[in-house]
Design a protein around this ligand. Structure first.
Ligand SMILES: [Zn+2]
Length: 434
């Protein structure tokens, strides 16, 4: 909403998030929480009263489309202190959100939290009580008894239970529905090479989520699970590892790929897994593209899908404060894998914005969108390393990170003004009692 409070930035290099080449010496005019204009500096006719960022690159606020801000690593002593109760978990989620914001992420999607507590974190940030990125959340992930993530998910073992879980999550405020379609690595007793659900079960759950206008994110490691989820009309496949049923095999299914391209299915690819050696992680690629060179990493495995028009975006899938290392990992992506920095930025801005249904307001630097921007120290085209430590972060037009440090949110000032008013009231009451 335009407020008349203007911030004007003069940007040395502007990467707008759409993937097009960067522009030099650009102006961004922020009015209230929105971008009012993006134009070459000399066309704006501004003489003074602007922030001179001619030594910096400016990119859209990043979107980390897959996190678990209220979960932690069992080996972390601080997690042990937080994990026992909801207050600890929400505090942990707030701390994780701060880590994410400091790294330049202005929107996170939580893809599964115990009792849906990440939704609570999102509410506290939205109200201005806490500072953080915009938190959109799926509530507790839906899984089978003993299935992937069962210790922090909601269990559903048949169609009726799946429908109940979808409906309970949506009525509890979930922005997305997350289904653990296959087993996963962190739940050793689950089988990541098989689907946890039958076709009719996925059909029913996904159709009901769509009836309630929620996009469905499916954790899917194996070909059987990916194929069933895509046939059921899933919106986003997380991981998309194409593991075959037999240990050591990776089997991409060309028919499912065609269906994904036809349906506009998106892929949420965890950055750590994306550039790791497939053989080391999962085994041999046996039937991806016979006759072509064998892909070395998951990124290479999925590149033909991107060329087919299937949108792939990069996420941290980070647990707790480790979400803060997302941009550090992004800065280490080599130009061999993603040649242009503009392309790299699009994988964490405009592409996830489209996949997650946020593109109307987020994901690129354009007039009319929310003013989420990250200021990087240097020229991103020459040095991807500057992504790892942003100088400033603007969220909805407010500079929430300045010189690499969290600023007191202006909304907190409103809370302290409310407290001052209450103290005045108490003082008057006591005077009258005297
Ligand atoms: Zn996850």
């Amino acid at each position: 909403m335009a407020s008349g409070v203007m911030t004007i930035l003069r940007c040395g290099v502007l990467v707008d998030g759409s993937g097009v080449p960067a522009s030099e010496d650009m102006g961004v005019v922020i009015d209230g929480d929105e971008i009012a204009a993006v134009a070459p500096w000399n066309e704006l006719g501004i003489r003074g009263g602007y922030r001179d960022l001619r030594r910096c690159s400016v990119v859209p606020g990043l979107i980390d489309g897959h996190t678990h801000i209220c979960l932690g690593s069992p080996s972390s002593p601080s997690w042990a202190a937080a994990a026992g109760d909801p207050i600890g978990l929400v505090t942990w989620g707030l701390a994780s959100s701060c880590a994410s914001l400091l790294s330049g992420v202005t929107t996170v999607v939580d893809a599964g939290s115990r009792d849906g507590l990440a939704l609570r974190v999102g509410t506290l940030i939205k109200s201005g009580i806490a500072v953080g990125p915009r938190v959109l959340a799926a509530g507790p992930a839906i899984t089978t008894t003993g299935g992937h993530g069962a210790s922090f998910g909601v269990r559903a073992d048949n169609v009726d239970e799946l429908l109940k879980a979808v409906r309970a999550n949506v009525s509890g405020g979930a922005d997305y529905v997350k289904i653990m379609v296959t087993g996963g690595a962190i739940t050793p007793q689950s089988n990541r090479r098989r689907s946890q659900y039958r076709q009719d079960e996925l059909d029913a759950a996904i159709a009901d989520a769509h009836r309630l206008n929620r996009k469905v994110i499916g954790h899917a490691n194996c070909t059987e699970g990916i194929t069933r989820a895509v046939q059921a009309g899933i919106d986003i496949v997380a991981h998309c590892n194409w593991l075959g049923e037999h240990p050591g095999t990776v089997e991409m299914d060309p028919h499912t790929v065609e269906l994904m391209a036809a349906q506009g299915t998106w892929i949420d690819l965890n950055i750590q897994g994306a550039f790791r050696d497939i053989e080391e992680a999962d085994g041999r690629v046996v039937s991806a593209h016979p006759g072509e060179p064998t892909p070395r990493t998951r990124w290479e495995l999925l590149r033909p899908l991107a060329e087919r028009g299937i949108g792939i975006y990069l996420t941290s899938d980070g647990f707790g404060p480790s979400v803060g290392s997302f941009t550090g990992q992004l800065s280490a992506v080599e130009s061999r894998d993603v040649p242009s920095p503009e392309g790299l930025i699009s994988h964490v801005t405009s592409i996830p914005a489209k996949a997650l249904g946020l593109a109307e307001r987020l994901g690129s630097l354009q007039a009319g969108k929310l003013a989420d921007l990250v200021v990087l120290d240097g020229d991103l085209r020459a040095d991807r390393g500057c992504l790892a430590k942003p100088l400033s972060v603007f969220r909805s037009g407010i500079e929430v990170v300045s010189n690499g440090l969290l600023r007191r949110p202006p909304l907190l000032s409103r809370a302290s003004a409310e407290m001052d008013a209450q103290e005045d009231l108490l003082a008057r009451v006591f005077r009258e009692l005297d």
